[in-house]
Design a protein around this ligand. Structure first.
Ligand SMILES: [Zn+2]
Length: 463
């Protein structure tokens, strides 16, 4: 199978130019102007952007959590990703007590294999940092194809600072990366106790308990651990301007502290928790949505390079039947998480590029190129000869009104219901196979759910 994309504007992290792209099999074979090659299919891409497929480095598919399981399985979650222009997702697999990292990776691979529409990788989440698990980090980097490791400073399965320090040392030595959920457990614990004593347990108090200061403290602590070890760290789902200031301050003193943010922290504010009829529960996630000032700060961080990537933290729970299982009168029992896997590219384009907050080249960088570098995905991340043919033919003028009815993610709401988008995928290719296409008034899935494969990621630089 071969495809020739004619006359599109190829957008890269460093610049854009008009050319033809010839895809043969799974790979981008040639890029040039006026290519005259025979292809099975020719697409006129005049007026369209040719983007590398987005890489979503932060998803929780089919994940048991807080007495339930996130509502997307690999089939629905990966179809939703494809329809958004995301052609690779990196999901987490949290180690259970007593489990090895091998067990954790295999467990999630077992759920994904034969069910995914796009390629995927796995970040082991380390919750039980026994000496044999620390020793296994080297193997995970070099043999399992999983060079990044998530740790939590919040939740019951958090690790202590000693474990963080040991993991920073091991990943530095062998070419890995620690990803940190940076929130202070004890500050939030104390605020939870106070709100419980006062009987103030509506969803807005979730946001108050997860105070900005709790994020700042944990980012700062992680940065000091980087200073202590000389290693590097990646802060997942950075949510606040003040947290960003801590990241910037660390980077200014030469520390390798990286950050990811999410569309929800760039577009939604904490006002959402006050929506009537307990609708605020839809936005109960950790960290929570923040005041409006944080949005501007995070866009600046994204523009200026202090935030390197965007991921969705897609962790869907149905409003009816899951969010309301036990938490109707107590925000502490509402499953933490919200859907986002199917709306990342359209939101970044509409709210970022169209509004002039970032360039389209920067959008490609934070959604794909920088992400591929950060996580050892050398075969992806750019439209360039020799790379996997993960390509989005993107119509920058196409209008779409977000509504859950027209999305493929398996959940009963979207936080962006009714938002008007400008710019949507026209066609999406995953390793040369057409997986999604604009049809009528929405993007439809046209691929096969089982063709995605596990991507063995490369070790990162050791130092
Ligand atoms: Zn997450």
């Amino acid at each position: 199978m071969s495809v020739l994309l004619k006359n599109g504007l190829i957008v890269t992290a460093t610049g854009s130019y008009t050319a033809d792209v010839f895809v043969e099999g799974e790979i981008i074979k040639t890029i040039g102007t006026g290519l005259s090659v025979k292809a099975d299919e020719t697409v006129d891409a005049t007026g369209k952007y040719i983007l590398p497929g987005a890489i979503d480095p932060h998803t929780h598919i089919d994940m048991p959590f807080m007495g339930t399981t996130s509502s997307d399985d690999w089939r629905t979650g990966s179809m939703a990703a494809a329809c958004c222009g995301t052609t690779c997702i990196i999901d987490f697999s949290l180690q259970g007590k007593g489990e090895s990292l091998r067990d954790a990776v295999d467990r999630q691979k077992g759920k994904a294999d034969g069910k995914t529409a796009v390629d995927y990788g796995i970040h082991p989440g380390i919750t039980d940092a026994r000496p044999d698990v620390i020793a296994e980090v080297k193997k995970a980097i070099h043999d399992y194809g999983t060079p990044s490791f998530k740790i939590f400073l919040f939740y019951d399965f958090r690790v202590d600072d000693y474990a963080m320090i040991r993991l920073l040392e091991e990943t530095k030595k062998h070419g890995g990366l620690v990803q940190v959920h940076a929130e202070s457990f004890d500050m939030i614990r104390r605020l939870n106790e106070q709100f419980a004593a006062d009987g103030t347990l509506a969803p807005i108090y979730h946001a108050r308990a997860h105070a900005v200061l709790a994020e700042e403290e944990a980012v700062e602590r992680a940065a000091m651990a980087v200073e202590f070890t000389g290693s590097r760290i990646y802060v997942v789902h950075l949510s606040s301007g003040q947290g960003l200031w801590r990241v910037k301050a660390a980077r200014d003193r030469g520390l390798r502290v990286y950050a990811e943010t999410c569309p929800q922290y760039l577009t939604l504010t904490e006002e959402r928790y006050n929506e009537p009829d307990w609708n605020g529960a839809k936005y109960v996630m950790s960290p929570p949505l923040r005041p409006a000032e944080s949005l501007d700060d995070l866009w600046l961080g994204l523009r200026d390079g202090d935030v390197q990537t965007v991921g969705t933290d897609h962790c869907p729970f149905n409003f009816k039947g899951q969010k309301d299982m036990a938490g109707k009168d107590d925000y502490r029992k509402i499953p933490n998480g919200a859907p986002g896997i199917e709306t990342m590219l359209m939101l970044l384009h509409t709210e970022g590029v169209v509004k002039g907050r970032i360039t389209k080249e920067r959008m490609v960088d934070v959604l794909s190129t920088s992400t591929s570098r950060m996580f050892g995905l050398g075969s992806k991340g750019a439209v360039a000869a020799g790379k996997d043919a993960d390509i989005v033919v993107f119509d920058p003028k196409r209008k779409f009104t977000i509504t859950q009815k027209k999305l493929h993610q398996n959940v009963d709401y979207t936080p962006w219901e009714g938002w008007e988008m400008t710019g949507m995928p026209q066609v999406v290719y995953s390793r040369g196979r057409k997986v999604a296409e604009w049809n009528g008034d929405q993007v439809k899935f046209v691929g096969e759910p089982a063709k995605g494969k596990f991507v063995t990621r490369e070790p990162l630089a050791a130092f």
